[in-house]
Ligand binder design. Structure first.
Ligand code: CDV
Length: 313
């Protein structure tokens, strides 16, 4: 019997700094109901889906910073999402800023959860590849301060049995790193779901990056093909408080082909029926990990972070 997941990628248009949580939740609920009406069992929302992409601002006030984050999940604001998931029997991926107070200290993480169709959190991931700077750079009008506001995720890359298959999660910049997909594939992930906020300007340049959409697709298509998995990538898009974010949310098959893609930079829903066994032939032959991976040759991947070229003559 074919194992299928009907999935929706729920792209969000811009969320401005003074948009209320209630107005954002209403947009997410609308997406959830539309996804359910289209027969989907899982809806994927973006990274930091409840607020504007606040790491672009220099925020010195701790209370203001915390106001972009959730201390509990469900939180009073997000409870409705869990109730609606249960009512409709639809699961969701949600990215949000998390405040963790374990071990008597406060830490912030860029987090994503997977919730099942009973409204239960079944998986949690904290972003590992944090981009940007740990301190503001006065040379730039728009900052990227994820390294200042968040700690590196401490939960690793893990997968969970859900929706009749094995799912893995990651967040935004993680999708550019081959290691993300490979570790999740080694843990059995057949589908990786992720949200992103990708500025149209690179954080180290003051001009638009003409390749940003191409690199978005390239990363996810390569990750999908090389690991025989589905990849669902979902953007927060458009002009947020004067700063541009790319769109291009898409659903990528294990062949590397894009089967559905958003065409706007606004709230937009795309769906696909994903056959989890689509890549079975590839997985058992050309890309059979068990038979072909040569782990002794891969040591530098876990033994060093930086590049060590051969010594100069
Ligand atoms: N939110 C992100 O992680 N954004 C990065 C940008 C800064 C390059 C991304 O990889 O899209």
């Amino acid at each position: 019997m074919r194992r299928m997941i009907s999935v929706a990628a729920a792209q969000l248009g811009p969320i401005s700094r003074d948009d209320s949580r209630a107005s954002v939740i209403a947009r997410l609920l609308h997406h959830m109901r539309s996804a359910h009406a289209k027969g989907c069992e899982l809806v994927v929302f973006p990274e930091l889906a409840l607020t504007t992409f606040f790491p672009r601002w220099i925020i010195e006030d701790e209370d203001e910073l915390d106001s972009y984050c959730e201390s509990e999940m469900p939180s009073p604001d997000t409870e409705q999402l869990f109730d609606e998931a249960k009512k409709l029997g639809i699961g969701f991926y949600l990215g949000y800023g998390e405040i963790d107070r374990a071990e008597g200290r406060k830490r912030r993480f860029n987090t994503a959860i997977l919730v099942d169709g009973n409204g239960r959190i079944i998986h949690k991931y904290r972003k590992i590849h944090l981009p940007g700077r740990a301190e503001p750079d006065p040379n730039y009008a728009i900052q990227h301060l994820e390294k200042k506001y968040f700690e590196v995720g401490d939960l690793g890359f893990t997968a969970v049995r859900a929706f009749g298959g094995v799912l893995g999660t990651c967040i935004c910049n993680d999708r550019r790193w081959a290691e993300t997909y490979r570790v999740l594939a080694l843990r059995g992930a057949e589908m990786v779901v992720l949200g992103y906020n990708t500025p149209t300007r690179s954080f180290w340049e003051e001009h638009e990056n003409p390749l940003s959409d191409f690199h978005n697709r390239l990363s996810m298509q390569a990750g999908a093909y090389q690991n025989c998995m589905w990849v669902v990538g979902v953007a927060k898009a458009g002009i947020e408080d004067g700063a541009g974010l790319i769109g291009g949310s898409c659903i990528v098959a294990p062949t590397g082909e894009i089967v559905a893609q958003c065409t706007t930079r606004e709230d937009e829903l795309i769906t696909a029926d994903c056959d989890l066994d689509l890549a079975a032939g590839l997985k058992q032959n050309l890309l059979n990990f068990e038979v072909n991976r040569q782990i002794d040759a891969y040591r530098p991947i876990t033994e060093q972070a930086g590049i060590t070229p051969p010594p100069e003559e």
